[in-house]
Structure formats: structure tokens, C-alpha cells
Design a protein around this ligand. Structure first.
Ligand code: ADP
Ligand code: MG
Length: 703
């Protein structure tokens, strides 16, 4: 039955936790008091009224108003999903947010994380049979929809951070729109931190909107008078100035990625140590925040600032990616430094390159960032660009990710979800036709879709793996190449954050250590060497440390490997190896790599540059490669777009393998004129006589 806000609050104010039967703790009561001060609290009744009368509700509220933590709990008290063995899902675009918020809410509800309240992200399921409130990445919910198309285990789905318009959120919205009429009992809440919620309302058939009134303080905005040449240096300088000159209050600096953030943290600490040595400044706690940071380290952003000394304020200085823009709320921030950049996905369908590129943010993002300074009292935002640049150069809104992505994975997922006609799928913003064509083409070359665009049995199997189509194909084919055990290890290593440590103060030693794992044929094999060495050394922590390897990444590679192995067993794919002393041990592995990544091959031109096969993009081997020579043909895992084009994680391959393993793609009658084509033609001519003999022998055998 429908409950009221009063009833929900009465239950929360009681002595006994209705979900566990245990008495509420004192911590619970302390947190409850804080929760009651959040802006959403006043709207609890209004929210319940709306969700009782409408299947879909759009909810808008400033970051920090309590959407992510409170709304799911309001639904839990109202719907009591656990009584029917159901769940409430709250989706997050970011893994970090899913984990961190689930932890917070488990504390708010006085339960153990992973029991009543849990989370699920790719390769990590922290839930149990008693879980009824599940925070999860939107990608995970999409995966579940593949086996449970009506999401029948959920009584409500809360789509959080909808304004982010990530690829998976957009697909999920389209999917929910199809599910809604088929599941009249399902409730859907779409939550957004920005005010242009009209688009969501319209999309969901004019559903009602609830706006949480903001509770923010004014933020004074400062621009630089002249453009900054080096934003990192300018940012670090600004941190020091704030710390020296401004009254108490924590600092939030937005940077673009792990390396940059760690580098900045080191420099900030050094600078401030110096200032403290000169008796000019109070103590600081410098805290990094990015997605590959382990959960315990992520939690440190919530630590309090150190106490001041001798009248000089102590501060917390958080250096974060745009995770801190809307996903996570850090209380106590008074100063925001915004260099105006973030790493954004870009996709060029013409040359099939998807890459992360440091790009200028949008006006909307700049406003979000500045807003972080006014959470608890009036704040200041320092934009490291000119006002003119803000007005003229920044676009209004970041384009939705679906317009900037390779859609290979999405198309495979949609096909698996039974959506035959992708053109008729109700995308909030339909992707560019060329991008869609490229995705269909990729899946066709991989054998996942037939010429009519229908999912093949191979495509079915590929969709079972939480991997990009190329990786899934490679893994599935690897048994044919007698090396599924090894490809499994390589895929696992490619699925986790970088395993090689490269501390600033020990670069040489780190590089030397890495060289000891190098393989003359390439980086994929180097990764395999690392994985084997890790296992042969009993996964020992100090061994990792001494070899400049990130144990956390290796541990999670091991875990990912286990999970993928289980899927392979379920799919009846043999787990086999070529004997190590067989001369084809590495050849088989390299050929298996090619079975998935034949569309990511580069050829060395006479100039010494590489050019991607067919798309003819000039690229360079990434300096991190362990190759000590420049092979004529390489396969690469990643295209890295910076000031130059790099290919990263590369391994040598043979041109005859291209013709043999991917004849449709390397059909020379249909190949742009270039040096690579001439090479391949030479190989084909030389081969054709052999190939003839080869087939006739085989034919004889068969007979
Ligand atoms: P929204 O989703 O509207 O941005 P949240 O529900 O995430 O807001 O956060 C509401 C409030 O809960 C925050 O302002 C903060 O005070 C508190 N909070 C959230 N997460 C944590 C945490 N991990 N530790 C301490 N407080 C938190
Ligand atoms: Mg939120």
C-alpha cells in the first residue's frame, strides 16, 4: 500500500531497524539527524505522492541535495521490495560513485555493506540474496536486461546522474521506455543535477517533474586576465596562493587523469612543505581522487581537514577528475580551481578511432564545477582561463556520449536484447548514421552479425562476455589456436588499470624492472610474462613492490580472469595451452590476438612511420612499448590521441596471417591503394602457389 512520509520517518525514528530486527546504533541516529537537514527531506511527501500517481518521475536537484542517498531509501520504506523478494536499483554512470554511495547508504541504514544494501560493477558483485537496494553501474543493469528483459527482479529503477548522458544511460533510458508499458508495476525515477530536465520529461511521455530547491551559497568567480600557457603549473600556483592568503576552507582542484593528478599532488605537497618550513602556512591533507584508485583511498576525500596551527588554517586539498563534478559530494569545499579541461571520449567513424582526449569542458560543466564551492558557505571559483574564452570558446553543453563513441558494444547488446531494428529504437539523441554503420560493419567482420544484420551464434556467445567485441571474439577463438589459457590471461591483464608502476623518483629502476618482463615480439606477450611471474612468485606483495608492479591491478586481473574463465566454461569453450617448449607457443598466441583485432593493425612505411591498415592514419609506437625493434606489421590494442597519434600495447604480426585469418577484411580487391596493400599483394602472390599445395593436401586428407 501507499505510505506517507510521516510513516517512513516514524519507522526511521524507531528503536529497532525494521530490516535487520536489530536495535539502531548511535551512529545511525547521528547520521539520521544530518540526513533530515538535506533539502530532499522536505519533499519526501511530494515525491511519494508523485510516484504513487505516476509510473515515471523526473527529479532535479543540485549536487549534494540528497538525491542519490535518500530517494532510494524513500522508495525502500514505501515499496518494501524485500517482502516480495524484489529489489530497487539505483544506477550510476561511474564505478567509484556506485561503490562509495552504497557504502554510505549502508551506514545510513545501519546494515552491513553487501547485505541489505550492496553494489554491482563490472567484475565485482558486492550483493547477497538479502540485498534489496542495489547501487550499480548502468552498464551492469543493461547486462542483467540481457537475461531478464523485463527487469522482473526490480520493483523500481532509479536512473541517477541522467544529465551525464553517458552511452549506457542513454541506452538504458531507451530500454526502460520499452519496458514501462509491459511492466505497469515498475516505478522509474530519473534524477538529474541540472535544470534542463524538460528533455527527460518529454522523452518519458510528459512525466511529472519534482525540483528540489537549491541550498547553495553565492560563489564568486575569478578568471585569469591572460590565457595560461601551462594549466597544471597555474593550478599548482593557485593552490599555494589560496592556502597562503585565503581564510579557512577546503580546496577542490579539477584535473584530467591519474598521472596528472598524482603529479600535481606531489608538487603541491612539496610546495606547501616549503611554505611550512618557512613558517608561512598551516598543515594540509592532499587527497587524490580518480576512478582507478582503490576504494579505501577513495574514502579519504571524506576525511576532515587537519586542524590549523598558530592562527593559520589547515586544509584538505582534493585533486580530482570530473567525478567530483556531480557524482560525489565533498562537504567543506570553499575554493574550486577549474583549469577548464577534462578527458573526453572522441570517436571518428571515418577512421574508426575512439580515444580519450583532454578537451575543453562545456559552460554547463564549468558552472557545475564552480557550484561545488558554495555547498556549505559562500565560496570562490578560480577559472584558469579568460572570461572571453569562457564566453566564446566553451560550448554550452557537452555532447551526449552516444554521439562520441564507437557503438560496437552497444549494437551487440541491443541485438542481444532483441532489438532488431536499431533505426526504430527510440534514442534520446540518435547516433550518427555513419557511426551506426561502422558498428554493424565491425560486428559483421567479426562474424557476430550475418549479412542481414542478425545475431549469429558466435555473436550470441560474444554478448555473454562483459568485454568489447574484439576482445570477446579473440577469447572465443583462442581455443582454436590452442592458447585459450594464455589469451584469457592477456585479456584479464588488458582489462585492469596499468600494472607497471613508474614513480617519479625511480623511473630508471622501474624501466629496468619492466625490461626484465619484456618479450621481443611485443607488449601483449610482456603482459603475459608479468602475469605468469606474478603467479610463480605466489602473488607476493614485496615481489610486486621490488619489481615495480601494481599488486592491486594484478590481483584484480587474477579476479577478472577467474570470472571470464567461468563464462568460458559455461559456454563450453576449451581451456587449452600449447606446450611452452613448442616453437609455436607464441606464434599461436599472436595469431589468436589477430583473430579479434585484425582491424587494429599498422604497417611501417619507408619513412619509418606506421600507418594503420586501410584507414591510413599515421601513428607512432607508444614510448612505453617493450619492443626493441620496429616490426613491419603490428597489431595494437589502443589508439592514443595526444599531440601525436600513438598506438599502445603493440605486438608483431605476419602479413600472411592477415590474409589467412581475416580474408574478408584484407580482401585486396577492396583495399585503398597504399604501401601496405602492395606488401600484402606481394605476400599473396608468393603464398598462392603454397596455399594451393596446402589446400590440396588437406583435401586429400579429408577424402
Ligand atoms: P546528491 O545525489 O543530490 O548529489 P547525495 O545524496 O550524494 O546528494 O549526498 C547528500 C549528502 O550526503 C552530502 O551532502 C553529504 O553531506 C552526505 N554524504 C554523501 N556521501 C557521503 C559520504 N561518503 N560520507 C559522508 N557524507 C556523505
Ligand atoms: Mg548524486
Amino acid at each position: 500500500g501507499n505510505t506517507t512520509a510521516k510513516q517512513g520517518e516514524a519507522a526511521e525514528d524507531g528503536d529497532i531497524n525494521p530490516f535487520t530486527g536489530r536495535p539502531f546504533s548511535n551512529t545511525y541516529r547521528a547520521i539520521l539527524k544530518k540526513r533530515r537537514e538535506l533539502p530532499v527531506t522536505k519533499l519526501r511527501q511530494q515525491f511519494l505522492d508523485l510516484i504513487h500517481s505516476s509510473q515515471v518521475v523526473v527529479l532535479v536537484g543540485e549536487t549534494g541535495s540528497g538525491k542519490t542517498t535518500q530517494i532510494p531509501q524513500y522508495l525502500v520504506y514505501d515499496m518494501q521490495p524485500q517482502q516480495a523478494g524484489m529489489m530497487i536499483a539505483c544506477t550510476q554512470p561511474r564505478r567509484v560513485a556506485a561503490m562509495s554511495v552504497a557504502k554510505r547508504v549502508s551506514e545510513e541504514m545501519d546494515v552491513v555493506l553487501g547485505q541489505e544494501v550492496g553494489y554491482a560493477i563490472r567484475f565485482e558483485d558486492c550483493t547477497s540474496p538479502s540485498t534489496f537496494l542495489k547501487y550499480m553501474t548502468d552498464g551492469m543493469l543493461l547486462r542483467e536486461a540481457m537475461t531478464d528483459p523485463l527487469l522482473s527482479r526490480y520493483s523500481a529503477v532509479i536512473l541517477d546522474e541522467a544529465h551525464d548522458r553517458t552511452l549506457q544511460t542513454d541506452i538504458l533510458m531507451g530500454l526502460l521506455k520499452e519496458i514501462i508499458p509491459k511492466r505497469p508495476d515498475l516505478k522509474v525515477v530519473v534524477m538529474s543535477a541540472t535544470l534542463d530536465a524538460g528533455k527527460f520529461q518529454k522523452y518519458f511521455n510528459n512525466s511529472p517533474l519534482l525540483s528540489v530547491p537549491g541550498r547553495t551559497f553565492p560563489v564568486e568567480i575569478f578568471y585569469t586576465p591572460e590565457p595560461e600557457r601551462d594549466y597544471l603549473e597555474a593550478a599548482i600556483r593557485t593552490v599555494s596562493q589560496i592556502h597562503l592568503c585565503e581564510p579557512e576552507g577546503d580546496v577542490l582542484l579539477f584535473l584530467t587523469g591519474e598521472d596528472e593528478i598524482e603529479d600535481a599532488c606531489t608538487k603541491i605537497r612539496l610546495n606547501i612543505d616549503e611554505m611550512r618550513g618557512a613558517g608561512q602556512a598551516g598543515p594540509v591533507k592532499v587527497v587524490p581522487l580518480y576512478s582507478t584508485l582503490p576504494p579505501a583511498a577513495q574514502q579519504r576525500i571524506f576525511d576532515p581537514a587537519p586542524a590549523g596551527e598558530a592562527g593559520r588554517p589547515g586544509r584538505k586539498i582534493v585533486v580530482a577528475t570530473n567525478i567530483a563534478e556531480t557524482s560525489l559530494t565533498i562537504d567543506g569545499i570553499v575554493y574550486v580551481i577549474d583549469p577548464g579541461f577534462s578527458k573526453q571520449k572522441v570517436y571518428n567513424p571515418r577512421v574508426r578511432v575512439e580515444s580519450l582526449l583532454v578537451s575543453p569542458i562545456s559552460k554547463a560543466a564549468a558552472q557545475q564545477r564552480a557550484g561545488r564551492a558554495g555547498r556549505t558557505r559562500p565560496g570562490k571559483a578560480f577559472r584558469l582561463y579568460t572570461e572571453k574564452s569562457f564566453n566564446k570558446d566553451l560550448i554550452e553543453q557537452t555532447y551526449p556520449e552516444i554521439l562520441r563513441s564507437n557503438l560496437g558494444n552497444v549494437v551487440l547488446q541491443l541485438k542481444k536484447l532483441g532489438i532488431e531494428n536499431l533505426v526504430r529504437f527510440d534514442f534520446m539523441d540518435p547516433p550518427a548514421p555513419e557511426t551506426m554503420m561502422r558498428a554493424l560493419e565491425l560486428l559483421n567482420y567479426l562474424g557476430a552479425l550475418d549479412d542481414e544484420g542478425a545475431l549469429t551464434p558466435l555473436g550470441q556467445t560474444m554478448s555473454e562476455f562483459p568485454l568489447d567485441p574484439e576482445m570477446a571474439k579473440m577469447l572465443i577463438s583462442s581455443a582454436r589456436f590452442h592458447c585459450s589459457n594464455e589469451i584469457l590471461s592477456i585479456v584479464a591483464m588488458l582489462s585492469v588499470p596499468n600494472v607497471f608502476l613508474r614513480p617519479n623518483d625511480a623511473r630508471r629502476q622501474a624501466e629496468e624492472a619492466k625490461r626484465s618482463f619484456a618479450h621481443p615480439d611485443g607488449d601483449h606477450l610482456c603482459l603475459l610474462n608479468v602475469y605468469h611471474a606474478y603467479k610463480n612468485n605466489d602473488e607476493d606483495n614485496s615481489w610486486c613492490w621490488n619489481n615495480f608492479l601494481q599488486q592491486r591491478s594484478l590481483k584484480s586481473a587474477d579476479n577478472v580472469r577467474q570470472q571470464l574463465m567461468r563464462i568460458m566454461e559455461r559456454m563450453d569453450i576449451d581451456l587449452v595451452s600449447t606446450p611452452f617448449n613448442d616453437k609455436n607457443y607464441y606464434v599461436n598466441i599472436r595469431r589468436a590476438l589477430l583473430s579479434g583485432f585484425f582491424m587494429q593493425v599498422a604497417h611501417q612505411e619507408r619513412s619509418g612511420h606506421y600507418m594503420t591498415a586501410k584507414d591510413n592514419q599515421i601513428v607512432n609506437l607508444h614510448p612505453s612499448t617493450c619492443l626493441d625493434h620496429k616490426p613491419d606489421w603490428v597489431i595494437y590494442h589502443e589508439f592514443v590521441l595526444t599531440t601525436r597519434n600513438y598506438i599502445r600495447t603493440v605486438t608483431e604480426v605476419k602479413p600472411e596471417w592477415l590474409l589467412e585469418l581475416a580474408p574478408q577484411y584484407y580482401d585486396l580487391r577492396n583495399f585503398p591503394n597504399c604501401a601496405a596493400k602492395r606488401e600484402l599483394e606481394k605476400v599473396a602472390r608468393g603464398k598462392s602457389s603454397h596455399a594451393h599445395e596446402h589446400t590440396s593436401k588437406k583435401d586429400k586428407k579429408k577424402r
